[in-house]
Design a protein around this ligand. Structure first.
Ligand code: SF4
Length: 364
């Protein structure tokens, strides 16, 4: 991608990016750019079978070298350019983001940035919870507003089997408590795979009912090419909701914000809410406002994208902030992604042929 030495609005205008003063840039489907998910490491201390299977991510797997990673200063510059294009929420992901040394310093840098409205961007973090008990206070103090913790089972043996490093569930539960005690709102993500942890739905719902934590069930997705995904291992969200409703009556809730991925349900008895994220059976591409930045600086406009735009080369090539901002507007302006809407129309061969980035690399 070449940088044309022209002003931001000219760059955006040339690429057909429609730019609204206060909301930022729109893509080819008039979807705004609201969320930037930032993968700060491609490494993880877990080997979750649906994300980072050990057979692929084994001892000899070539993870990114340190010099390949974006520095905190580079992440800050790219985030500033994203905020100038309308982003309001920055989410730190990985791999496991708490493995990146000094991640609190990165949070503090990002917390000092401002949105188009002059507000502090919302800073969220997605983690496997393994280090949360130690880090929660420091993350809160640095500027994290909320955390999302992955928890796929309460059954310790199954939990250890699913993370495939024998990590005990009690330590993740302790991390969740530490986040709560630090004043961090907690959302919980459970990826449901038929034949593996679909028997855990009710016990998870029962355990977190009344805690104030929002438990979300995620349909197992064909992200990347290493998890051996098949449609018959997907438990449709409708089935999950029906199962819980039969035990703890539920009613639908309105979305909290445009582009929210989860469909919200509240317990009729007032003991909280759950969510379901249905990329397979109820695609939400129509309001998808998320871009993803990989650990080494590639910008992806869809979780199921085959390739990204190399922003690191721009940053390390001397691009100005204005050129970086214009380039992001150009990229987003022509974005037309809607993989989840077309997934079912793709033949298995076509889907298999389509290169896709790994979940562990781009952080979901
Ligand atoms: S498939 Fe792509 S466009 Fe659709 S919701 Fe997911 S990330 Fe967004």
């Amino acid at each position: 991608m070449t940088i044309a030495p022209e002003s931001h609005s000219a760059g955006a205008a040339r690429a057909g990016a429609r730019r609204l003063p206060s909301t930022g840039v729109l893509d080819a489907r008039r979807r705004p750019l609201h969320d930037l998910r930032i993968s700060v490491t491609d490494r993880c201390n877990f080997r979750c079978v649906y994300c980072m299977p050990r057979e692929v991510f084994g001892r000899d797997y070539a993870f990114l070298e340190r010099h390949e990673l974006l520095t905190f200063e580079e992440i800050e510059r790219i985030s500033r350019a994203a905020l100038a294009n309308g982003v309001r929420k920055l989410r730190l992901t990985g791999g496991e983001p708490l493995l990146r040394r000094g991640v609190e310093d990165l949070v503090a840098r990002l917390a000092a940035l401002r949105t188009l409205d002059g507000d502090k961007p919302e800073i969220a973090l997605t983690t496997n919870g393994s280090a949360l008990a130690v880090k929660a206070e420091a993350l809160k103090a640095a500027g994290v507003d909320r955390v999302t913790v992955s928890i796929d089972s309460l059954d310790d043996a199954l939990f250890r089997r699913m993370n495939d490093v024998q990590f005990p569930v009690r330590r993740v539960l302790a991390g969740i408590d530490a986040a709560r005690d630090a004043g961090l709102p907690v959302k919980l993500n459970t990826v449901v795979k038929r034949g593996l942890n679909d028997g855990e739905i009710l016990s998870l719902a029962e355990h977190f009912r009344g805690t104030g934590h929002v438990l979300r069930f995620i349909e197992y997705m064909d992200v990347g090419a290493t998890n051996g995904w098949s449609l018959d291992e997907v438990v449709p969200s409708a089935e999950i909701v029906a199962q819980i409703h039969a035990r703890f009556p539920l009613e639908p809730l309105a979305p909290t914000a445009p582009g929210e991925t989860a469909k919200r349900w509240r317990y009729v008895d007032g003991s909280g809410e759950i969510g379901v994220i249905s990329s397979v059976t109820n695609a939400f591409c129509g309001s998808c406002s998320r871009a993803r930045l990989s650990t080494e600086g590639r910008l992806f406009t869809c979780l199921f994208a085959s390739e990204g735009h190399d922003l690191r080369a721009l940053v390390r090539g001397g691009a100005t902030d204005a050129e970086l901002t214009a380039t992001l507007a150009d990229i987003w302006g022509v974005r037309d992604d809607r993989y989840s809407e077309i997934r079912s129309s793709l033949t298995p061969e076509l889907r298999a042929d389509r290169a896709r980035i790994e979940m562990s690399y781009i952080g979901g």
